[in-house]
Design a binder for this molecule. Structure first.
Ligand code: CTP
Length: 398
């Protein structure tokens, strides 16, 4: 998938630098040539010798190596690549990128480049959550840098949480997606997926049976056609795909906020099974039995309709807004009415009655409803539904 491409890999100074070695191997196996830049801090974690041995090329470590123009200058170094990958992108490197500093080779070439940049952040969980890092991330993303990861989990420092560098296979998938020449390259598509959880009290919530399978399959299919995918997901059973920007949320209101923050996009596909209601009187502490035998009375409030909100935006509306309609009877009639009511462009209607095995299952039978009419697709794997739909989206955005 990366045949003939040149990747410039900047290895920052973090414990995750060892994973950059595996990344070099994967890039080369995928057909790419890899030029490497090791920061001074990076060299504390991996040796220049192991980097250059895996890359099969000299590793660049120092800005002043390059001032002798018999060598490749830093401007040229930064521009001869098809993609720059920063892995691990430490908090320090991200801060330099956000500020446009150029005090070593890595930061200088990141400032001098006009090539697309993919960064794989890796840092301690508190550093990741610090407002300064949040600001720097927002800035580099606004400057066009794409992020992959970080993952959540056990960290080398013994703490737990987000901050662990994405796995090399995920970074490879993100790089492939960015370099893909597919029909959706250059386009951004937002996908919502999974259920939402609506708290009753701090330990209980209301949920639904959505596994996130269809939304995940869609994100994969869109990614494989070259789209940049922003994947806003509730707590789903199916893990999110690699090579997409994952934003995890819990409630419908958080999902709406995340969706609005991700705009503008070229298309939005709302595959999430959003809870229609939340508990209006959710308790701040655990509800206790009071001994009277009386159950607590839950009051409900309607959640915002994310699909309708996006479909009815006066300015900045995505060119294509696609909804799903989960119905148990009169599927098509309800879906047609839903399309009109929410004012989305397309509705993908499916029958989720228990007998169909669709909700939580691997297959789907859908009817695509557009302004031009309706098309019933035969029952097929959710992956196949996703590929067909992604293809149609590509045609619509062409
Ligand atoms: N949806 C949404 N926000 C909500 C509810 C639904 O974005 N608060 C989206 C879903 O992601 C889906 C579409 O709207 O794309 C339809 O969802 P569905 O549950 O079938 O419809 P409802 O709005 O719940 O309508 P009804 O109660 O009439 O079935």
């Amino acid at each position: 998938m990366l045949g003939g491409k040149r990747i410039l890999l900047v290895i920052g100074g973090g414990i995750a630098a060892y994973k950059a070695l595996e990344l070099i191997r994967l890039f080369r196996k995928a057909g790419a040539a890899v030029t490497t830049v090791l920061t001074r801090a990076g060299a504390e974690f991996v040796t220049p010798l192991s980097v250059s041995a895996l890359a099969g090329e000299k590793v660049y470590t120092d800005l002043f190596d390059l001032t002798d123009e018999a060598e490749m200058g830093h401007i040229q170094l930064s521009r001869s690549a098809d993609l720059i990958v920063v892995a691990p992108a430490t908090a320090d490197l991200l801060a330099k990128m956000a500020q446009g500093r150029a005090d070593d080779l890595a930061s200088t070439l990141l400032l001098a480049t006009d090539t697309a940049v993919l960064a794989a952040p890796a840092m301690n969980v508190r550093m990741w959550g610090h407002p300064a890092t949040r600001r720097n991330l927002a800035q580099v993303q606004a400057d066009g840098v794409r992020l992959v990861g970080p993952d959540e989990g056990e960290m080398a420092c013994g703490e737990y949480g987000p901050g662990r560098m994405a796995e090399p296979v995920a970074i490879l998938a993100a790089a492939e997606a960015m370099l893909s020449q597919g029909p959706l390259s250059g386009k951004t598509v937002l996908v919502t997926s999974g259920p939402t959880h609506e708290p009753i009290d701090p330990v209980r919530y209301i949920a639904n049976r959505s596994s996130g399978a269809q939304g995940t399959a869609l994100a994969v299919a869109l990614r494989d056609l070259g789209a940049r995918v922003v994947f806003v997901t509730g707590p789903a059973e199916v893990p999110p795909p690699t090579g997409v920007d994952v934003i995890r949320v819990e409630t419908a209101r958080q999902m709406l906020e995340a969706v609005q923050a991700a705009l503008p996009v070229d298309a939005a596909v709302m595959a999430a099974a959003v809870a229609d209601w939340r508990v209006a009187n959710a308790a701040g502490s655990k509800l206790k039995k009071d001994g009277s035998g009386r159950a607590p009375a839950l009051e409900f409030a309607e959640n915002p309709d994310i699909l309708a909100t996006v479909a009815q935006m006066a300015t900045g509306r995505p060119r294509l807004v696609v909804g799903f309609a989960a119905e148990t009877d009169d599927v098509v009639a309800h879906a047609v009415a839903k399309r009109a009511r929410k004012r989305c462009d397309w509705i993908v209607a499916n029958d989720v009655s228990p007998g169909t095995g669709i909700m939580g299952g691997t297959e789907n039978a859908v009817v695509l409803i557009t302004a031009d009419g309706q098309e019933a697709w035969p029952r097929m794997a959710k992956d196949e539904v996703a590929r067909r739909l992604a293809q149609r989206i590509a045609e619509a955005l062409a």
